[in-house]
Write a protein that binds this ligand. Structure first.
Ligand SMILES: *[C@@H]1O[C@H](CO)[C@@H](O)[C@H](O)[C@H]1NC(C)=O
Ligand SMILES: *[C@@H]1O[C@H](CO)[C@@H](O)[C@H](O)[C@H]1NC(C)=O
Ligand SMILES: *[C@@H]1O[C@H](CO)[C@@H](O)[C@H](O)[C@H]1NC(C)=O
Ligand SMILES: *[C@@H]1O[C@H](CO)[C@@H](O)[C@H](O)[C@H]1NC(C)=O
Ligand SMILES: *[C@@H]1O[C@H](CO)[C@@H](O)[C@H](O)[C@H]1NC(C)=O
Ligand SMILES: *[C@@H]1O[C@H](CO)[C@@H](O)[C@H](O)[C@H]1NC(C)=O
Ligand SMILES: *[C@@H]1O[C@H](CO)[C@@H](O)[C@H](O)[C@H]1NC(C)=O
Length: 480
């Protein structure tokens, strides 16, 4: 009987634990204050669309392209996205020809991340004030396709100064190309989004590491930034999340049928990353900064940011490609990330901190002296067009006590977003990943938690054996 009760306990619905509305508000506010760099602005725009304005997200359930006008009850939810686009585009010279959306960013691949917000602003008529969003998007497209250096086989560099490929780029560039193709009816561009991902996978997938993706390959450190052959957890997350955005853009578009093989490949490549990553997660259910390097590795630390990003892509995969195999992992990650302190190892933040590292990301947010070899931002030309640097420290109400959040509402522990090998304190992209996790989880629940049985079945395997055993025993007793 005890065995049966235990088995039934395993069969309770998947926990509905999630952040409260006020927690989400604090996380959102910190993201708004902290996001300054090009990729942070683009990542913030995506998170806000996905969480707050799903009808204008590529993950919409109402089909693409999105509506050409914003319903009055949606205006305030989408306003921060348009404000990102407006702030960026009004700093540009529309007549200048091929130009990135943020001029002087050493990373050619990061400014296009803002492109979806800019295209959406054009599409919904925000340019009636004279701001030429379409021209800014076209200039970014021309710059990406025709100015940025490429590998001989056509992979568009993540860096401007030399050909170098970063896994990050998969989130920043192909979703923009696909969205541009969607809104202009240009299937060549949609195909190019796929092609770029395919090329990036060829360079970055490490078949000697069970298909984890490396972080940075090609190029020389003397000229620009160094390589990082490690399997950076956030980079694997960027790649999976970027692929899912392109997949969703194709799938929800009028051209879906002509892109079926591309969608199938993208789905398989996402699953490939999930399988590679989850093979390494330890019993904290939080990834280490380099997924295949255990926490005992010198200088290694846990990274809640990549964990949130990867988990979000599992719920997306459940909805988009009906892959449920990693839902049990994602549920464990989500529950660990949003747990109260008493239930989890609340001092994870201190585990594995590199000796002598008291770094905070705020210290290097607008610092051109942050080691160029470890920074998204070029040492020579940082932030010429980014908003004035402000301290990302929170001015918001305290968050309820949660193991993986500071009292002022920052996810922790996290990698320093400007120095990928080093633990930081406040990560704007980490805040965006929390919102992505919440958004994808909400949508998964709203869709009826497809595959939740898979999530339960794994946990219940042992329990089921007992149930079957008991029923078998009961039948035996009845029939004897
Ligand atoms: C999304 O669009 C659909 C179809 O137009 C509409 O019925 C629904 O109310 C919209 N959802 C929101 C949250 O505005
Ligand atoms: C906007 O109004 C529609 C009905 O016209 C409703 O279905 C939708 O949920 C509303 N959207 C929001 C964000 O409240
Ligand atoms: C904008 O770019 C065009 C073309 O390069 C140039 O002629 C013009 O002077 C620029 N305008 C401003 C205000 O810089
Ligand atoms: C800008 O929006 C208009 C519709 O208002 C659309 O026809 C055009 O293709 C859009 N341009 C781009 C670059 O998306
Ligand atoms: C699609 O976009 C590419 C790149 O901008 C361009 O070369 C091509 O002419 C476009 N195709 C169509 C049909 O507009
Ligand atoms: C955390 O512990 C409290 C008290 O023991 C319990 O009520 C709650 O359900 C636990 N939460 C999780 C996620 O395990
Ligand atoms: C780090 O912080 C600790 C405790 O505040 C302090 O003792 C130590 O000197 C700091 N180390 C560095 C490198 O700043």
């Amino acid at each position: 009987m005890l065995a049966v009760l235990a088995a039934l306990a395993f069969l309770r619905p998947v926990s509905a634990q999630s952040l409260s509305a006020s927690d989400i508000a604090v996380v959102t506010q910190n993201l708004a204050t902290g996001a300054q760099h090009s990729w942070e602005l683009g990542t913030r725009a995506q998170a806000l669309l996905n969480l707050n304005v799903p009808n204008f997200s590529v993950f919409t359930t109402t089909g693409l392209p999105p509506p050409t006008s914003v319903p009055s009850n949606t205006t305030s939810a989408i306003a921060p996205v348009f404000s990102i686009a407006h702030n960026v585009v009004t700093k540009l010279n529309a007549s200048s020809g091929p130009t990135p959306l943020i001029v002087g960013d050493g990373a050619a691949g990061d400014p296009p991340s803002i492109g979806v917000a800019v295209l959406l602003a054009n599409w919904t008529g925000q340019g009636s004030d004279g701001t030429d969003y379409a021209k800014a998007a076209l200039n970014q497209l021309d710059y990406t396709l025709n100015v940025v250096p490429r590998t001989p086989d056509g992979a568009i560099s993540h860096r401007a100064a030399q050909v170098q490929l970063w896994s990050d780029s998969v989130y920043m560039v192909p979703p923009f190309l696909a969205y541009y193709g969607l809104l202009t009816g240009n299937t060549t561009l949609m195909d190019e989004a796929y092609n770029q991902i395919k090329l990036y996978r060829n360079y970055l997938r490490d078949s000697h590491a069970n298909n984890l993706w490396q972080h940075i390959v090609l190029g020389t450190s003397g000229q620009d930034t160094g390589n990082d052959f490690g399997h950076w957890s956030t980079g694997n997350g960027w790649a999976a999340a970027g692929m899912l955005r392109v997949l969703a853009t194709m799938k929800n578009s009028p051209f879906s049928k002509s892109f079926s093989s591309q969608q199938r490949d993208l789905g398989n490549w996402v699953k490939e990353i999930h399988s590679a990553m989850f093979a390494h997660i330890d019993n904290t259910n939080i990834f280490t900064n380099y997924a295949d390097q255990p926490i005992s590795t010198s200088g290694m630390f846990y990274d809640a940011a990549s964990t949130a990003l990867i988990a979000s892509t599992v719920y997306r995969a459940a909805l988009l490609i009906n892959d449920h195999s990693h839902l049990p992992n994602a549920e464990k990650c989500r529950q660990a990330l949003f747990a109260a302190p008493s239930n989890s190892s609340s001092n994870l933040a201190l585990v594995g901190r590199a000796p002598g590292d008291n770094s905070t990301s705020s210290a290097s947010h607008n610092s051109a002296s942050a080691s160029a070899s470890q920074s998204h931002v070029s040492s020579s030309s940082s932030a010429s067009a980014t908003a004035p640097a402000t301290s990302p420290s929170a001015t918001t109400a305290p968050i309820k006590q949660l193991a993986h959040f500071s009292n002022d509402g920052w996810l922790q522990p996290v990698v320093n977003p400007n120095q990928f090998g080093v633990q930081g304190s406040n990560s704007p992209e980490g805040q965006a990943f929390v919102l992505e996790l919440q958004a994808s989880y909400n949508e998964w629940v709203a869709a009826g938690s497809p595959g939740a049985n898979a999530a339960r079945r794994t946990a219940a395997t042992a329990g089921w054996a007992s149930v079957v055993g008991c029923i078998g025993l009961g039948s035996l007793l009845l029939f004897v």
